[in-house]
Write a protein that binds this ligand. Structure first.
Ligand SMILES: [Zn+2]
Length: 185
């Protein structure tokens, strides 16, 4: 089944025997990994309290792989005072890997100028303001540690990430496709 709100595939459903006279377990609700919400299935909306399964929500959230990347308590500080950057929501939610990395002039003191766009982010997706989120540079590094290697590159840097056959991350210049040799220490 698919989520009625976002249309994505639903992985976890909730069954209950309270809607059946003969106490059969029926699928009454589901949890959407993308919306991070529990939805009561339409035909049971009138008979079930919409908060009936709120207690299950904490556990379901812990099982949601899409939320793990964005958990603040799991954030590691790779670079002290790294500053902020702008990253698409789909990267933060684990829907797509980091692909395009470019550094603009910073627009505020705490802005590193770095911008990150995901591999599957469409032009239409990134032009929607709310799909671009200001986060600490370290948050993106927690998702794709390779970006630590490019942090100090100057304003104007415009790269994309590609993986080779051994899944090793490589950076290329956007436009010329020239590979940037990164020294990892
Ligand atoms: Zn959904």
């Amino acid at each position: 089944m698919n989520c009625e709100k976002c249309g994505n595939l639903v992985i976890r459903t909730l069954s209950d025997n309270c809607v059946s006279r003969i106490k059969l377990y029926k699928k009454v609700a589901y949890y959407c990994d993308f919306c991070d919400e529990i939805f009561i299935i339409a035909k049971y909306k009138d008979v079930l309290d919409k908060h009936k399964y709120d207690g299950e929500l904490t556990w379901l959230r812990e099982q949601n792989p899409r939320l793990k990347a964005d958990k603040p308590q799991e954030k590691i500080t790779f670079i002290e005072n790294a500053g902020g950057c702008i990253c698409t929501k789909s990267i933060l939610l684990g829907k797509t890997p980091v692909k395009w990395c470019f550094r603009n002039k910073s627009v505020a003191d705490a802005d590193s100028g770095w911008r990150f766009i995901g591999k599957d982010d469409t032009e239409a997706y990134i032009t929607v303001n709310s799909n671009n989120v200001v986060v600490d540079f370290n948050t993106v590094a927690g998702i794709e540690p390779a970006v630590l290697a490019i942090y100090n590159m100057p304003v104007g840097t415009d790269l994309y990430i590609d993986k080779d056959l051994e899944n090793k991350i490589r950076f290329f210049k956007t436009g010329t496709n020239e590979e940037i040799k990164i020294k990892y220490d």
